[in-house]
Design a protein. Sequence first.
Length: 756
Amino acid sequence: MNRHLSSGLRSIGRTGAGLWAAVILILCAGHALAAVGGGAPSETVFLGQLVVLMLAGRLLGEAMLRIGQPAVMGQLLAGIVLGPSVFGLLAPDLQHMIFPTMTEQKSMVDAISQFGILLLLLLTGMETDLRLVRRVGRVAIGVSLAGVALPFACGVALGLLMPDSLLPKADQRLLTALFLGTALSISSIKIVAAVVRDMNFTRRDLGQVIVSSAILEDTIGWIIIAVTLSLAQAGRIDVGSVAKSVIGTVIFLALSLTVGRRLVSLAIRWVNDNFASEFAVITTILVIMGAMALTTQAIGVHTVLGAFVSGILIGESPILTRHIDEQLRGLITAFFMPVFFGLAGLSADLTILTDRTLILLALGLIVIASVGKFAGAFVGGKIGGLNLREALALASAMNARGSTEVIVATIGLSMGALSETLFTMIVAMAICTTMAMPPMLRWALARVPMRKAEKERLAREEMEEKGFVPNLERLLLAVDHGGNGRFASRLAGLLAGQRGIPITVLPLTPNAGNGVGKEPRVEPPTAEDGKVADTAKQAAEGTKAAQPKDDKPDPVDVTVRRLDAPTPEAVAKEAEKGYDLLFVGIENTHGRNGTFHRDVDRIVGAFDGPTAIVAAKNGHLEQPEQSPLNILVPVSGTDVSRRAAELAIGVARVVKAPVTAIYVSGERRRSGRTRRHEQAILKEIVEIADRYDQQVETAVRTDVAPDEAVIAAAKKGGHNVIIMGVSRRPGDTLFFGETAAGIFDNAPISVVFVAS
C-alpha cells in the first residue's frame, strides 16, 4: 500500500516538474515570438503556437491520467490555462504575443483545428462497432432514444427561455436552442469506452450495453448536428430546408452503409495490395474521409457527418490491420487532439463566470444537463429490462460529455449559432460532467454482480481471444490447379466463410519446378485459375449459408493475383501486404526419401507466419470439392497442436464432419500424474470444440511409435484426413520431426500440416 502511494507521489512530482519546465518554455517562447512577430502574420508564431499547445496538452493530459481522469480533459485545461482565463490574467502581454488576436494569424491555427475536427470524428467512427450494437440492439436503442430525447428537450427549452444577451443572434433563437439541445444530449463515446475498458467491463453484458448506447447516441447526435448545421448555413428555418437536410441525410446514410461500405473496403484493399510507397493506406483513408465530408457538404449537410460515417466504414474494412490503425491513431492523438482541444480551451473565457448571474446560469446549465441525461438514460435502461443497479451505472456513464461536447460547441461557435459566453458555459459543463463521471461509474460498476450465463460467456470469449482461428483476418493461397490445390482452396474457403475473411490466390502451374535446379515460376493466366478461386468461393458461400441468421458474415472476397516473379519471391512480396495464414497446395508435395519437395520448401520459407501444407490423397485428390471429411487430430498439449486442433474443429463444424483427438504416450505403464496430464490435454481440446458447438471424440494410444499409432488409429476409425500441428526443425530443408515425417511418408490418407 505504502509502495503504491509513494510511487503515485513520485509520478505526480515528476509531472509537476514537467509542468514547471513547460511554463519556462512558454515564457521563453513568448519572448522569442515577440521578437519575430512584429505585428504581422508570421509562420514562426504559428509554429510556436503549435509547439506550446502540444507540450502543454501532453503534460496536463499526463497529469489527468495520473489522477484517473481522461487525458483529453488535460488538453482542454491546457487551452484554458493558456487562454484569457489564467495566462491572460497573469501575463496579458505575453499571452497576446503567443496567441495574437489578428484574424490572419488566427486563421492559420484555426485551419488545423477544423481539419482536426474531421479527424477526431473519423477516429470516433472507426471506434464505432455496429456489430456490438446489433448484439444488444433492443436495450441500446431504448437507452439511446430516451437518453437523447429528454436532455435534448431540456436543452431546446432552455435555449427558448434564456435571455437575449446570451444569444449570438436574437432572431435565430431556435437554431441556438437546437444546438444547445444537441450539446446537452450527446455523450462522449471515447470517454465512456475508456472508463468501461479501465474497469474491465468491456465484455460484460452491462459494459456492452453502455458502449452500444454511447455509439447510438453519438450517431444520432451527429445526424442531428449535421441537420442543424445545414439549417444554420441556410440562415433560416423552413419546411424546404428541413426536408432537404433530412432527405439528404437519409440518402447519404443509405448509400454509405450499403454500396459505400463495399467501395471503401475495395479501395483500401486495392491500395494496400498495389502501392509500394509508405503509408499509402493512411493517405487513402484521409482521401476517403475528405471525399465523404465534401459529399455531405455538397448535399447541404455539414462535413462532420461525412467524416463520422467514413470512420464507421473504414473501421469495418477487413484490410484495416492493427498496424495501420495505430499509425493513424498516433497521428491524430499526438498532434491534432492537443491542438484542437487546446484551441477550444483558448476560446473559453472563464473570467465571465465572476458575474453572479452568469455563474448561476452556468450552474443551472450543468444541473439541467446532468439531470436530463441521467434521467433519460435511467428510464431507457429500465424500459430495456435492466435492474436498478445496472440502470444507475448506465445513467452515470451516459453523463460524460467530454471531447464530443467540445467539438459540438466549437462547431456551433464557428457557425455563429453559439455566443462566446454560451460556448464558455458549455465547455465548463463538459469539464464538470466528464470529471465527475469516472468516479461515479467506477463506484456504480463495482456494485453490479455477474450472472452465471455472463460468466460462462466471458470464459468462452476469453478463450476465443487467445485462439488461432478467431484472429485470422486474411488468407493467402499458393496453389496449383491439381487436386492438392483445389483441396487446399476448399479448406481455406470453409475457414474464411465463417467470418467473411478475404482470400488471395496465387495460382501456380503444376510441374512448374519439376527438376533439381529449376526455379518454380508463376505462369501466364489460364482458364484453370478461375476454377481454383471458385472452389474457395463456393466453400465459403456454403459456410456462410450454414451460419445462424442473426450472425451472417460478409461475402468472402476471393482475389486471384499473378506476379511476374519466381514463386518464392511472389509469395514473399505478397506476404508483405499482411496475411495471417498461408495454404500451400501443389502437385509436387513429396520429395525424395519422405521429405517435402523443394517447391514446398521454398514457398514455405518465403512466408513469415503460420502455414498449412496440404497433401491430398484418394477422394480428396480426385474430387476435392465434394469428398466428405472425417478428421483425426494428434494432440500433445503444445501451441502448434492446439492450433491445428482449432483449425480442424473450425473446418469440421461447417460440414458437420466427425473429429477425433488422439494423444500418443510412449509409456506402457502410466503413473497417475501421466494420466492426469493426458486428460488435461484432451479436456482442453473438448473445451475448444464446445466453443464451436462441435463434438469431439478422444483417444489415447500407449507403447507405440507415435507415427504408427496415428496411422493405425486413422485406419481403425475410418478417418480420411489427418490435421497435425508441427514446428519446423533447424536445417537447410523443411523438416518437422520424425513423427511428422513418418505420417507424411506412410499415411494412406490426406494430411494437413499446420506449421508455426
